[in-house]
Ligand binder design. Structure first.
Ligand code: ADP
Ligand code: ZN
Ligand code: ZN
Length: 726
């Protein structure tokens, strides 16, 4: 291509491209170049090559280098980034920068390491014989090598996994092979039930852009549907992109995929990888070597020259939406991508988002229902509501819950007590004057962590030693109020002596490997009672878990966020889905003070459809998303007045819009955020709504250039298009 200038996208907080001369180089569109920027050097991507430097004023400088560690990005990838930049009103350079693996944002060239390999043992007994009986961690790593493991996967089993594997390799106890080589027979395809077969046949014969909603109850075998559909897509020589939520079960799902497609190059892209592994996998996708890409939300940008299908599993999961910087929804971007590349996309969930539900009801998505549990004889668990009356509770439990726990434990089965609150107790209160320990930097209470004798803020991370006397009245009798996972662990230990209790929350799994070790304890049957937060709700498949008790579910019912009920339904469905996944029927007990609430009636019906219908109708009547499109400006500043002031200036930019653009727009007044103060700054928000996305976008496009030049002093603002938290 000719022209001696290039327009380069840089990750700087200016919403524009930058012109440079090509000098002696011949950079192509989509290539990575190094350019001077003020006194610095930056890495950028060539967006356009042209005869002049555009409106770039002053003396145009030349690019310094062209990096060939990254092949020129395909036009489709650049177009996707451009769409995201336009839709979320974020600078193109910043979008590209988020889309690329970190190493390609750096100035130095990336040197790819030797090709990835897998470790495995041809003779597990011999390997185990060489390891001391008491070296539990080493034995665990060794056992995992019965199946091929990449270095990354081994490192997740144990931090020293790769180090030990190298030793065993030298000793001739294990082997390596190229990741792509055929190592084992594929796991057999399960014979499908009729709804599964229908879904697979619809999905694998779909042509061009066709969105599907795979609406299957927990345990209905959605993964098997994906696997068999993917087999058909691979057979057509196309690539598949599988997006999964940001959770700890990636290894489990990854294992199922690898076992089914042992000879297929699969590239994973998630936060468990280091920068080099990420870059290598990303390049494999771009070159077409990787046929399956399995990743979390960021993977939606991965270039896939032969993309044939996109799968979004657990499409309702809030982690598909990024909550800072570029606030995109990977699910929505995936649907857009499928449309532009003209390939089918399947969104799977037991509790679809109301957005996807609305699309399905409007006929834009085809619903593929899976109404039965896939394992023969397995049925959905029975759900009971247990009233909470202060007087009748024993350490926060209804008597019936205890009785049931005894019964289940006696049978040698497992119990999960679900409580979405970590720490010992959420409040430390003075019994005399009512004082409560609160965070200096946030409008929030400090959570008592008794084990480490600290009070911690779960919002900003502030912590301090436990106070022993009330700072207001001097009273020394400070009481923990309410319960969190730690307190629950303590009281269950007294009620069930001799039982092994395992607490799984963010505090108990902070260090690498702790989560996997805990899960291993659950699977081996060592643990009797599990205490878990949200972390444990999703996706895990525990054989012997037959009773789930949910405490404190009600807190989700009366939230200011209109999506709270939808989230709670999804969460409780997921939690309930952990019970009775095999032949033994499971049971779920939910403690609530609001048993008459329509929400619980629908939950008891164990059918999401009436809930989704009612919720969609309410949203339509109240003009809430998806019956409206929203953009939320958030401002933060040292004081609330400044934050509100910035939002007033932003609002004024919209008031000045042309009449026809302004007409469909609802401009609300700026208000203080529900939690005004967080990490020392005060926060406010401004909601802008329109009946349709296109109307909102037109207004944003005209107003944003004016918004971007507002002087904000010590404050700052961000824009969230289609916010999912308000
Ligand atoms: P979901 O993702 O819908 O919750 P999974 O795909 O995890 O469900 O399947 C739940 C269980 O059912 C798994 O143990 C899986 O092996 C099993 N399963 C799936 N499909 C079938 C089938 N057709 N026949 C027998 N078992 C199946
Ligand atoms: Zn007091
Ligand atoms: Zn705080």
């Amino acid at each position: 291509m000719s022209g001696s200038f290039v327009m380069v996208a840089l990750d700087v907080p200016l919403n524009r491209l930058f012109g440079y001369g090509v000098g002696d180089f011949d950079p192509q569109v989509g290539q990575r170049v190094i350019v001077p920027f003020g006194p610095r050097q930056l890495s950028g991507l060539v967006i356009e090559r042209r005869a002049d430097a555009g409106d770039f004023t002053g003396k145009t400088r030349n690019i310094l280098a062209v990096r060939d560690d990254l092949p020129a990005l395909p036009a489709a990838t650049l177009a996707l980034c451009q769409f995201v930049a336009d839709y979320y009103h974020h600078p193109l350079g910043a979008v590209i920068s988020s889309a690329l693996p970190t190493v390609f944002r750096n100035v130095p060239a990336f040197k790819a390491p030797a090709p990835a390999c897998v470790y495995y043992t041809p003779d597990l007994a011999q390997l185990l014989a060489s390891i001391g009986k008491r070296a539990h961690a080493q034995r665990r790593v060794a056992e995992s090598l019965a199946l091929p493991h990449t270095p990354a996967a081994l490192r997740r089993v144990h931090d020293s996994g790769v180090k030990w594997a190298k030793g065993w390799l030298e000793a001739g106890l294990i082997c390596t092979a190229a990741e792509t080589s055929l190592l084992a027979a594929p796991s057999p395809c399960l014979p499908l039930n009729s709804e599964q077969s229908y879904a697979v046949s619809q999905l694998s014969s779909a042509q061009g852009f066709q969105p599907f909603l795979l609406y299957g109850i927990t345990g209905s075998g959605k993964t098997e549907v994906y696997l068999q559909t993917i087999a058909a897509v691979l057979a057509r020589n196309e690539q598949v992109l599988v997006l999964i939520p940001e959770i700890n079960l990636t290894p489990q799902l990854e294992g199922r995929f690898r076992a089914r497609f042992p000879g297929v190059h699969m590239a994973c892209l998630h936060s468990g990888l280091n920068d080099t592994e990420r870059a290598v996998n990303w390049l494999a996708a771009l070159s077409g070597d990787a046929r399956i890409v399995l990743g979390t939300r960021l993977a939606v940008f991965t270039p896939l020259p032969q993309l044939g299908m996109i799968v979004v599993d657990e499409e309702h999961d809030p982690s598909f939406k990024q909550q800072d910087g570029l606030r995109y929804s990977a699910r929505d971007v995936a649907v857009y991508r499928a449309r532009t590349v003209d390939v089918p996309i399947v969104l799977g969930s037991a509790t679809p988002s109301i957005e996807s539900w609305a699309n399905a009801r409007a006929g834009r998505y085809d619903i593929l229902p899976l109404r039965e549990r896939a394992v023969r004889g397995a049925v959905l668990p029975k759900i009971t509501l247990l009233p909470v009356k202060k007087a009748g509770l024993i350490d926060g439990f209804n008597r019936m819950a205890f009785a049931k726990m005894h019964e289940v434990l006696e049978r040698g089965e497992q119990v999960l007590v679900f409580i979405n609150r970590r720490g010992y107790s959420p409040v430390l209160q003075c019994g005399e004057c009512g004082w409560m320990a609160s965070c200096k930097h946030c409008s929030a209470r400090l959570v008592l962590h008794l084990r480490d004798r600290r009070l911690r803020c779960h919002h900003c991370g502030f912590e301090e030693a436990i106070t022993h006397a009330c700072p207001d009245c001097g009273n020394q009798d400070l009481k923990p109020v309410g319960q969190g996972t730690q307190r629950l662990e303590e009281s269950l230990a007294t009620h069930f002596p001799g039982k092994t209790i395992l607490r799984i929350d963010r505090d108990s799994t902070r260090r690498k490997g702790e989560m996997d070790a805990a899960l291993a304890q659950v699977h081996s049957g060592e643990a009797d009672i599990l205490i878990g937060t949200q972390m444990l709700a999703k996706g895990h498949d525990f054989d012997r878990l037959n009773l789930v008790i949910a405490l404190n579910a009600d807190t989700g019912l009366f939230s200011v966020d209109f999506r709270a009920e939808e989230r709670l339904f999804a969460l409780l469905t997921q939690v309930a889905g952990r019970a009775g996944r095999r032949e033994t029927p499971g049971e779920v007990m939910i403690q609530t003070a609001f048993a008459d609430h329509p929400f619980y009636h629908q939950l008891l019906g164990r059918d999401y459809t009436p809930f989704a219908e009612r919720t969609l109708q309410e949203r339509t009547e109240m003009l809430l998303p998806p019956a409206a499109a929203w953009a939320l400006f958030r401002a933060e500043a040292p004081d609330i007045e400044l934050a509100l002031g910035i939002l007033k200036l932003i609002r004024a930019c919209f008031e000045q819009l042309d009449g026809s653009l302004l007409q469909p727009i609802t401009l609300n007044q700026p208000v203080a955020a529900t939690m005004v103060k967080r990490a020392g700054v005060e926060r406010a928000q401004l909601l802008i709504a329109a009946p349709q996305r296109a109307q909102l976008q037109r207004a944003l496009h005209q107003a944003m250039p004016h918004v971007e030049v507002i002087k904000t002093g010590k404050g700052r603002w961000t824009l969230d298009v289609d916010p999912i938290e308000i």
